[in-house]
Design a protein around this ligand. Structure first.
Ligand SMILES: Cc1ncc(COP(=O)(O)O)c(C=O)c1O
Length: 382
């Protein structure tokens, strides 16, 4: 029994799956260059927004003919904008294996009320990707943040599809390879992998998505904050920094800082390597301890960002209460914040392993997890 508290503590106990840990070099004073109190449409603001767009393109390797827009309401805003603007032209397949994907199904089926086929899998599993018919539009989440299950790659997506692929990649972008030729709409938010501030989302459109936008008008009204076209033409300004409404220039400055930090660790390759090393430390810990396991059943689908864990010891009496108590112990000790499983997910823990987290912090935290587990078992017995 690891009753003794480990000697080493993580330097940073922030392992939240969103907002995620800020880059290790972050300090508030580094945002002093933000053009605060100025119009975002004045030259300095516009230049910052354009820099954010082009920095995103550079680091994520987004093709030159794809549009990148900064939009309101974080990833949710970007996904909703895509669903409302593009769907309804043909049947849609909705793929979901955790709560955010399930939320998009609700929107499409209960709000838009269009012809949709929902394919779902339980937490820990993934849907049968080989069964997807790309004559339809397809909506899916690259990495299921609340189950720690991701698609293994993009090989299952047809190259000569007729429908569009709409991908919520918020906990995947900047940590995993995204095959742009397979993705027509991709969304993410700044608060995730780069540890940016919340508020804004990013929407990436392929030329085929733009073609749909310019040739199809949904049957329902679109609020101004979703509108990407005017008079049947794409509003190009959105994709050069003329945002639909007022953005936070402080959040933009923070995102630019995060992009610069990403460059300093080797861009996307460096970010992926950092996330992989973090996740591998957790995987190794699970292999070495028979009381804890990855929620993802297939190694090929386990996430390298939102690593979800379940307790497997049959001495545990109340799984949900036990997991909560372990997370609380680690929080109270200042060892790990916000690592309880998502509210709709199975009882357990979720440890963010994206690139802004230092591997040394994961390694320092894990012995404490063993300590908290033993302490909670003892408390339960008492
Ligand atoms: C897969 C997924 N989609 C959407 C969201 C919502 O993101 P936001 O709060 O940035 O809108 C989250 C947040 O955790 C998420 O993990």
């Amino acid at each position: 029994m690891a009753t003794q508290q480990p000697a080493t503590r993580p330097a940073n106990p922030r392992f939240s799956s969103g907002p995620c840990a800020k880059p290790p070099t972050f300090e508030l004073s580094k945002l002093a260059g933000a053009p605060l109190g100025r119009s975002h449409r004045a030259a300095p603001g516009k230049a910052k927004l354009k820099e954010a767009i082009e920095g995103t393109r550079e680091i994520l390797g987004i093709p030159a003919d794809y549009r990148i827009g900064i939009v309101p309401a974080s990833d949710t805003g970007a996904v909703e904008m895509a669903l409302w603007s593009l769907l309804g032209e043909r049947k849609v397949e909705m793929l979901a294996w955790e709560s955010f994907g399930a939320g998009w199904i609700t929107d499409v089926v209960k709000q838009l009320k269009i012809e949709a086929e929902a394919k779902t899998a339980d937490y820990g599993q993934i849907v049968d990707l080989a069964s997807v018919d790309f004559a339809n539009d397809v909506v899916f989440t690259w990495n299921g943040t609340t189950s720690g299950v991701r698609v293994p790659n993009g090989d299952w997506i047809s190259d000569d599809r007729d429908g569009l692929t709409i991908c919520d990649a918020t906990s995947a972008a900047f940590a995993m390879d995204l095959p742009w030729d397979k993705l027509d709409v991709t969304t993410f938010s700044w608060q995730k992998v780069l540890g940016g501030e919340a508020a804004h989302g990013v929407i990436v459109l392929s030329p085929r998505a733009v073609e749909r936008l310019e040739n199809y008008t949904p049957a329902w009204p679109l609020p101004k904050i979703f509108r990407l076209t005017k008079g049947g033409k794409l509003i190009e300004g959105i994709f050069t920094g003329a945002t639909i409404n007022t953005p936070s220039m402080l959040a933009v400055e923070d995102y630019l800082f995060a992009l610069n930090w990403a460059r300093s660790v080797g861009g996307l390759e460096g970010l992926k390597a950092r996330a992989d090393a973090n996740a591998q430390a957790v995987f190794d810990f699970c292999d070495a301890n028979n009381w804890i396991a990855n929620l993802a059943e297939d190694d090929a689908t386990r996430s390298n960002t939102s690593v979800c864990l379940k307790f497997t010891d049959d001495r545990i009496q109340d799984g949900a209460a036990f997991a909560k108590a372990v997370a609380k112990r680690l929080d109270v000790e200042g060892i790990a914040y916000d690592i309880g499983a998502y509210r709709d997910a199975p009882a357990g823990l979720r440890i963010w392993c994206g690139g802004t987290v230092e591997t040394s912090d994961i390694q320092a935290m894990l012995p404490w997890l063993a300590w908290a587990f033993d302490a909670e078992l003892a408390a339960q017995a008492a």
